[in-house]
Design a protein around this ligand. Sequence first.
Ligand SMILES: *Cc1c(COP(=O)(O)O)cnc(C)c1O
Length: 358
Amino acid sequence: MTGDGTRCVHAGLPPAGPGAPVPAQPVLAAQFHLSEDPAADFYGRAGNPTWRALESAIGSLDGGECLVYPSGMAAISALLRVVVGPGETVVVPSDGYYLARGYAHEHVDAVVREVPTTTAEWDFTGARLVLVETPSNPGLDVCDLTAVAAAARAAGALLAVDNTTATPLGQRPLEFGADFVVASDTKALAGHSDVVLGHITAASAEWAQRLRAERTISGAIAGPFETWLALRGLGTLDLRLARQAENAAALHAALRGHPAVARVRWPGSPEDPAHEVAARQMRRFGGVLTAELASAEAAEAFVGRAALIASATSFGGLHTTADRRARWGDAVAPGLLRISCGCEDPGDLVADVLAALA
Ligand SMILES: *Cc1c(COP(=O)(O)O)cnc(C)c1O
C-alpha cells in the first residue's frame, strides 16, 4: 500500500485521458440525461459524480463504504434514524460532542444511555447501537476500541465511532471491529474552515445501502460544491496533520509546567493519561490539545492577547484557534481552552503563546 501522502493526493482523482482534467472537478448538475443503465446518474438528490469521488477517497482511507452528508450532525442523525428503532436502546458518550447527545435525547424515540469515555467496564446489555467518540471532544479522553468492540459484539450491539478528531489518517475504527465510522469533515478532513460536511463509513455493504436509500428520500444531501471543496482539502490532509501535530507537541512542551496553566492535555504526549491506549490504536495524534487556565477571564484574556490564535469554535483548520468550551455548556472547568493548532511555524506559535501568557 502507498503512503498517506500519496493516498491523499491521489484519492478521488478522475481517470487520466487525453485532455481530461488532472484534478477532480465539481459536477453541479441536478439533472442528467436518462438512460436504461440503473447505475447511471439521473437526479442530483440520488447521486452525483462529485459525491462518488469524495466517497471513494474517504472510503478507501476508512476501509469501508462511505456516504457523504451535509454536516457531521446530518451523518450522526441519519445513523440514529436508520439504525435505532422505536423503544430500542442507544448508548452515547456523556462527555462527547454535545449535540450528538442532544439529538439522541430530543429527537430519537429510544432509550438513551450515557456512558463516559473512560469507563473501566463496558456493559452494553440490551443496546441496539453504541456510539463512542475517541479522542473525545473536548476532553481528549480515549477509549480502547478493541475492548469497546468486544463488549458491543458480546451484547449484540452495533458500534459506531465518531472519528472526527482523529481523521481517517489518525485512526481506522473499522479495523478494530466497529460497524460504522461517523465524522464531521468540517474539521481537519476538509481543513480550511470554509465548508460544513460529514460522512458515515459503513463496514458492510448492506448498511451502506440502507443508509443511501434513506439519504435519497430524506433529502439530507451534501451540495456538490461543498463536497468538492472537501475533496480538494483532503489532498493535503497528510501534510496539514503533520504540521498541526508538530505544533501541538511544541505547545504542549511550552505549556506543561507553565505557572499560568493548571493542566494541559494532548494524547500524543507520553505523559498524558490517554497516551498508552491512544498509542495502541492511533496512527497519529493530530493538533488538538487542551489547556486549563485559572478562570474564564484568564482564558479569554490570553486568547485576546495572542496574535496568532483566533477565538473561534470548531477545530482542525489551517489557522490556530482556541475555544473556551464552558461557554457552550460542556461540563469542563471554566478556564479550559481547546486549542486547535493550525499550520503556522512552531517557533512563531510558541513565542506568541508564551508572550500572551506572560
Ligand atoms: C463538530 C463535531 C460534530 C458535528 O459536526 P458538524 O459538521 O458541525 O455538524 C460531531 N462530532 C464531533 C466530535 C465534532 O467535533
